[in-house]
Write a protein that binds this ligand. Structure first.
Ligand SMILES: O=C(O)C(=O)C[C@]1(C(=O)O)C=C[C@@H](O)C=C1
Length: 388
């Protein structure tokens, strides 16, 4: 025990001190803890300045592993719950990276400030992009249905034009704006499907073209570690600039072709959203009120419920086109229907052997991923329980 800790601990034989007294001591210690966190952040700012000067990346995975291992060991020495302490340090490291990104640690001091138009800049993703590019020091021109600035004039005056409008309107806006993008400038989009918008962009401008798809919604707490898909259309210099700008803000890039993106999204988005909607629709129609089930929640049910209810808290106008416009949607929904029927028949027939065969088939598909899934979902369950 450190001398400080000894100061706060009651002598072993004494009666416990009054609750109000101990709580006041806890408040004082928490304030000290926050002072220490502020001092840590000040050091992190110094690290950010050094990294910016020397062109070093914000994230250093090896250093983070060393920090986590060391704090884990020290927690054990102090008799603290090592897993929980490690979680606290993971959160600290993430906010440290976020702080460095906000301080532009990965933006070269010599970065050229560009003029960037965001068409649909008052939408949720539009605002997020405006903040992201603004943080990197660029000048922004915001165009939306309620601005007097028109998309065509903004595009003509810009180095980069970003189309951030609802999927249903993307291609039509691209066709209207594309011809105004200068040949030395960049036209990019952020739509959840890629083949059709990429074709429209390439056909409507002679300038550079990059398709992107942020794999996160506007409500994320931090951009650190969030993923964005990037598809090169025309012009490597601008594509490199896009990936650099995103990684400088902490995003993780997956580079692919428009076709591969849409194939992956038929599973990542179409299947995921479809099964969530089927789950929601089934729950809504089964006739068992939600409130009746809540006192009986298992971790798996609660997790599922949060995911489903979160989905229905959002805009149907966003999800409909993602599912209706993916070229492979009908294959996915047909396979889903077949699986539902097969499983329902096995259950209705009480055939345990057939049930086990289906179970094994899926387990083989997941392979080693099942081990990772157990660890990660247990982590999520712990976090949810901690907050309930
Ligand atoms: O040591 C660094 O390089 C830092 O940027 C600081 C720090 C930390 O907060 O401890 C943050 C991010 C890095 O990934 C590693 C460690």
């Amino acid at each position: 025990m450190t001398p400080d800790a000894a100061d706060s601990a009651a002598p072993p034989s004494a009666a416990p001190r009054p609750l109000a007294v101990v709580r006041a001591m806890i408040d004082a210690l928490d304030r000290d803890l926050m002072q220490i966190l502020a001092r840590r952040m000040a050091l992190v700012a110094e690290v950010a300045a050094y990294k910016r000067q020397h062109g070093i990346k914000i994230r250093d995975a090896q250093r983070e592993q060393e920090v986590l291992r060391d704090r884990h060991e020290r927690a054990l020495e102090l008799g603290l719950p090592a897993g929980e302490i490690e979680s606290i340090f993971r959160v600290l490291l993430r906010s440290s990276r976020d702080h460095q990104a906000a301080l532009r640690a990965e933006v070269p001091a010599s970065e050229t400030p560009y003029t960037i138009s965001i068409i649909g800049g008052h939408g949720k993703i539009g605002r997020l992009l405006a903040r992201l590019f603004g943080d990197l020091g660029h000048r922004l021109l915001i165009v939306d249905t309620d601005t007097t600035l028109e998309a065509a004039e903004a595009a003509a005056a810009s180095d980069v034009t970003v189309i951030s409008v609802p999927i249903d309107r993307t291609e039509e806006v691209i066709r209207a704006v594309g011809p105004h993008v200068r040949p030395d400038a960049l036209l990019m989009d952020v739509t959840s499907i890629k083949s059709a918008p990429m074709e429209a962009m390439l056909a409507s401008t002679t300038g550079s073209v990059v398709g992107t798809h942020p794999m996160f919604g506007p409500n994320v707490h931090t951009l650190q570690g969030q993923r964005v898909v990037v598809c090169r259309g025309r012009g490597d210099r601008w594509a490199d600039w896009v990936t650099h700008s995103f990684t400088a803000r902490g995003l993780v890039i997956t580079e692919t072709t428009a076709q591969q993106h849409d194939r992956a999204m038929s599973v990542v988005q179409v299947l995921t959203h479809f099964q969530t909607q089927v789950q929601g629709l089934t729950l809504a129609r089964l006739g068992v009120p939600l409130a009746e089930t809540l006192p009986f929640t298992s971790p798996a049910y609660l997790l599922e419920l949060y995911v489903t209810a979160r989905h229905f808290a959002q805009d149907p106008g966003l999800y409909g086109p993602i599912e209706m416009r993916n070229p492979r949607s009908s294959d996915v929904t047909a396979a889903f229907g077949t699986a539902v029927q097969e499983l329902a028949q096995v259950i209705a027939g009480g055939d345990q052997a057939a049930f086990t065969r289906l179970f094994e088939e899926v387990r083989a598909f997941f392979g080693d991923f099942t081990a990772e899934a157990l660890v990660q979902s247990s982590f999520l369950i712990d976090r949810i329980v901690e907050r309930s």
